[in-house]
Write a protein of this length. Sequence first.
Length: 282
Amino acid sequence: MSSMRGFIQHLIVSLKLNFRNPMAVVMGYLLPIIFLLVFGAFLNTARYKMSDQMAQLLTISILGGACFGLPIAFVSERERGVWRRYKLTPMPTRNFVISLLVARYFLVLTAGILQIVLAKLIYGTPMPLHPIQLWFAFTLATFAFLGIGLIISMVASSTSAVQAWGQAIFLPMLIIGGVAIPLRMLPKWGPHVAAFLPGRYAVHAMDAAVRRTGTLGAWFWFAPLALMFIGAAGFLAGVKLFRWENNQKLGKRGLMWAIVAVAVWGVVGIAAEILHLVRKFQ
């Protein structure tokens, strides 16, 4: 009971600290709204409606929270010595990390809901066809990307380093991963490169729930499964890389776990190629 009480108290503290971090709030809430308005200005046409872009916008919300919001909050707290105090408490490290990630999931989820509501109010976008399956796909995508964010949090030792690592992942997924730019607009090699990036599977799983047959139909099973594997690898690597203070060395073994997590992306991409699913994800 005391362990659960400590978990809940730390969860509340984590939420408060996240809302007090201006950069984390900007990346978690303002960035998704900006992308919503940009998409509405350029891609809300007679041929392509906003509902066609909702899965991409939701993926951007998750990416912003995972690549920037989460690691910026983590690293800034670790820099200020906040985590050093938690280390002295009786709460297990596992519970500490889980409460931090649950807090971030809440922030990402509320940002996604905000995007859906604003799209409805501003552009008259229909509500998702399969809301429960959308929540499931959204949760899987968040699980996958928060694993990536956890790795960034442990590898980076400053907020400037977080931004560098975050941009290195965020921008390729937006440009050639089928997130900001639809795959139909990319060269012929684009879908093959996107098959190796998790953003493609997040978009595909959520798009199936927003306006298609649902995530459980036909070959849509591959995207949720890919997100599960990517998320599991990311969290395992993040746990192995975990450090309470910036001056703790990661070591070669720790960095190897980060490489293993990224290698899972390659395994997923190769599987998509072997199963001839690349074209179906367009």
